[in-house]
Design a protein. Structure first.
Length: 172
């Protein structure tokens, strides 16, 4: 399997995507999303990683982040996946999801890789955030973006009680 190249240290926002193992709907479990959100917040604080937008879909995650200079983002995403896999793998709700899949024995949560895109302009960053917000609608999960709890859409709309706060920075 060829190694994916990540272009770090460009000073730009990054659009990151990673998927659940075999695209199983692990994140259809609210408890799994809460775990992922808490750990995302912890890593954001530990690493000074700015979160600009996100969506947690049943079988994948999109993040729009702005890493500090010198950060190897792939390693940070690897930490997020490893930490969350340990906790999500213990959920009884996950066992119910696995019971409906052909791979009942494996508790692997994430695919190995993550994919990222450098947002070279503020417009590109906004487009990726909007892509996150539209993803649940495009997939037919909800009629309107604000109906999907696990997205940054409601934060941008000024709705209180959102799962994750968004960092306000110039997303150049």
């Amino acid at each position: 399997m060829p190694k994916l190249r990540h272009f770090d240290n460009l000073g730009t926002a990054r659009f990151v995507t990673f998927s659940t193992y075999r695209r199983r709907p692990v994140l259809s479990c609210d408890a799994a999303c809460r775990i992922l959100g808490v750990l995302q917040d912890e890593l954001r604080t530990e690493m000074s990683l700015k979160l600009l937008g996100y969506v947690f879909m049943p079988d994948h995650v999109h993040l729009v982040v702005h890493p500090p200079e010198g950060m190897l983002l792939g390693k940070v995403i690897g930490q997020l996946k490893a930490r969350s896999a340990r906790r999500i793998g213990k959920l009884s709700e996950l066992r119910a999801i696995l019971a409906r899949s052909a791979d009942k024995e494996s508790v692997q949560v994430w695919q190995r890789r993550c994919y990222d895109h450098n947002c070279r302009t503020p417009l590109s960053t906004r487009e990726k955030i909007e892509y996150c917000h539209k993803n649940p609608v495009t997939r037919g999960l909800v009629q309107e973006p604000g109906e999907w709890r696990w997205s940054s859409y409601n934060w941008y709309e000024g709705v209180g009680g959102v799962p994750l706060e968004i960092d306000s920075i110039d997303p150049a």
